[in-house]
Write a protein that binds this ligand. Structure first.
Ligand code: FES
Length: 176
């Protein structure tokens, strides 16, 4: 039995037969690296084939029943970013998002004001002071047969409050 020290790389005594396993190892490591790169590239290419469709909030939604809104009230629905107005003329839905940069407007003594940059709107949402240039939009609103009020924020309306008799009987969502 010989008592030899382990051979080191670069050691002149390392034979060609002993270098082969090291070459095999490097070759295999290179192969594994290439396979991993290939997998990552393939996954990336496959990911690009899947369309990125953002599921934003729906534009049509129920806001509550008629009885949920008392006469002569303006109810802020935070989750929908709008106010529901109810008065003697009927119902209306007005955006609570400032038309400047989207901050939530607050109710003031004679309309709405924006706490971010000071825009002011009158009670009908018309701009009375910038920097906002556009009025607060009013949205289409209708009443389903079960007495539930719906809003479609993809459709803006001019009429502001919509009389109850015009809101009724519209299961399709079309105002009559
Ligand atoms: S976001 Fe309302 S004034 Fe700027």
């Amino acid at each position: 039995m010989t008592d030899q020290a382990p051979k080191q790389p670069g050691d002149a005594a390392v034979t060609d037969e002993e270098k082969v396993p090291r070459r095999d190892f490097l070759s295999r490591a290179g192969g594994v690296t290439l396979a991993c790169c290939g997998l990552v590239a393939t996954a990336g290419a496959l990911r690009m084939t899947v369309p990125e469709v953002a599921d934003g909030p729906p534009s049509r939604f129920a806001v509550g029943s008629v009885a949920d809104f008392k006469m002569r009230t303006l109810t802020w629905l935070r989750e929908h970013g709008l106010f529901v107005l109810r008065n003697e003329q009927g119902f209306g839905a007005i955006s609570s998002r400032c038309t400047h940069l989207g901050c939530t407007v607050r109710r003031g003594a004679d309309g709405f004001y924006c706490p971010c940059h000071g825009a002011r709107f009158d009670a009908m949402g018309v701009v009375v002071e910038g920097p906002a240039r556009d009025d607060l939009p009013w949205y289409k609103m209708w009443l389903e047969g079960d007495g539930v009020l719906w809003v479609d924020t993809s459709v803006q309306v001019e009429g502001q409050t919509v009389p109850m008799h015009l809101l009724r009987g519209d299961a399709s969502g079309e105002q009559v």
